[in-house]
Design a protein around this ligand. Structure first.
Ligand code: 0XW
Ligand code: MG
Length: 369
């Protein structure tokens, strides 16, 4: 099987309620790039990259399309089932830009699943589950409002709640988290995520002030070094998210004792191929991780759900997908990928199990052959 054409589609995704806010960035619309790898056997593989605006991470939508343009001509003639070989070609023609490589890599895995008539989760080692646990990100608000929305999500079936923090006086974060902890069931898994909005001192003060509450802290500071300086100084486990940019940083974070867990994003690390390596490293070191992405429609959601389904239960922290936060996405012919009672059913069918409604999508943004 050979790739004969690379099509790039562009979609606008709208945020439900108008705005998704984090400590130092907010988004209202997302710019999604979908890659379709067309093959000589009639199989088409799909992959997507949707950065969370341009300031959440160094990734941005224009960069994704520019990087795909640079790599696309080199993909023609390759067999998409040889996922490592395709990755090698991408690395040879372009250094870095993992997020753009993600869209191509996911499309290769989708095509592989379709070629062998296997679901992606089965290609990745198999699963015992029909659905994966999801978790909910509660946006920063007053203590009372944060507690109320955390309770609402718990009632919807979410057993893990991520409380967004940062971008305001630390005392307000502490109050909000204490209010949530008092409101939800003691068995709820709590994680506080300032998305790089705290200083190291904020993280230490927060951890002292909330010492009595079982929770984890995710990516409080901007840099890896700031988190390294926190080793031994927190009373809570530290998860890294934005700082873990590739497989190598994950290895460092584990061996340096910096991270006790990861908020892991498919596009940041470069797709299924590198994420599979990270999953395996975490299995061998018993490190908990989420399997998420920054944003995306059903293609990204399916990719993260399939991978999430293969993570052993004792280290699986759930999969966040953007659908509950999105009012408008691209059309698909298959059943929507959505959480129900806090769990996301694994899409049926080979590969990702998602079939775009190409008729509704119209003309591609670019085509390479
Ligand atoms: C909650 N998320 C997984 C979704 C947004 O992309 C941000 C992210 C996070 O944990 O930072
Ligand atoms: Mg995070």
């Amino acid at each position: 099987m050979k790739i004969t054409q690379v099509r790039v589609y562009r979609h606008r995704l709208d945020v439900l309620g108008g705005r998704y806010k984090m400590s130092i960035s907010a988004v209202e619309q997302l710019d999604s790039t979908v890659v379709a790898l067309v093959t000589d056997e009639g199989i088409i593989g799909y992959g997507e990259v949707t950065p969370l605006g341009s300031s959440y991470q160094p990734e941005h939508a224009l960069g994704a399309r520019a990087a795909i343009e640079e790599m696309a001509p080199h993909l023609i003639g390759l067999d998409p089932r040889r996922t490592l070989l395709v990755y090698g070609v991408m690395d040879n023609v372009l250094n870095g830009h993992n997020y753009a490589k993600c869209a191509i890599d996911v499309a290769c895995w989708d095509a592989t699943g379709k070629a062998y008539d296997e679901r992606l989760c089965d290609l990745l080692g198999g699963t015992k589950y029909r659905a994966v646990r999801s978790y909910y990100g509660v946006m920063p608000a007053s203590a009372a409002k944060t507690a109320e929305s955390a309770k609402r999500r718990e009632n919807e079936g979410y057993t893990r709640l991520q409380i967004k923090a940062g971008g305001r006086p630390l005392s307000e974060d502490i109050e909000a988290v204490r209010a949530v902890a008092a409101e939800v069931d003691p068995t709820a898994q709590l994680l506080v995520d300032p998305n790089r909005g705290w200083t190291g001192r904020d993280a230490m003060e927060f951890s002292i002030a909330c010492r009595d509450i079982p929770l984890s802290i995710e990516q409080p500071c901007r840099t890896y070094s700031e988190h390294k300086a926190l080793v031994g100084r927190l009373h809570h486990p530290l998860f890294l998210d934005e700082s873990t940019t590739d497989v190598s940083t994950v290895i460092d974070a584990i061996t340096d004792g910096v991270a006790q867990g990861f908020g892991m994003k498919l596009s940041r690390v470069g797709g299924i191929t590198p994420l599979r390596a990270i999953r395996d490293i975490c299995i061998h070191r018993s490190i908990p991780l989420t399997i998420d992405d920054t944003w995306g429609g059903d293609i990204t959601a399916a990719a993260t759900v399939h991978m999430g389904a293969t993570v052993p239960d004792h280290i699986y922290e759930g999969t966040w997908i953007a659908q509950p936060y999105t009012s408008k996405s691209y059309a698909c012919l298959t059943a929507p990928v959505r959480p129900k009672n806090g769990k996301i059913p694994i899409p049926k069918g080979p590969g990702l199990g998602v079939e775009p409604d190409l008729h509704a999508w119209g003309e591609p943004f670019a085509t390479y052959s």
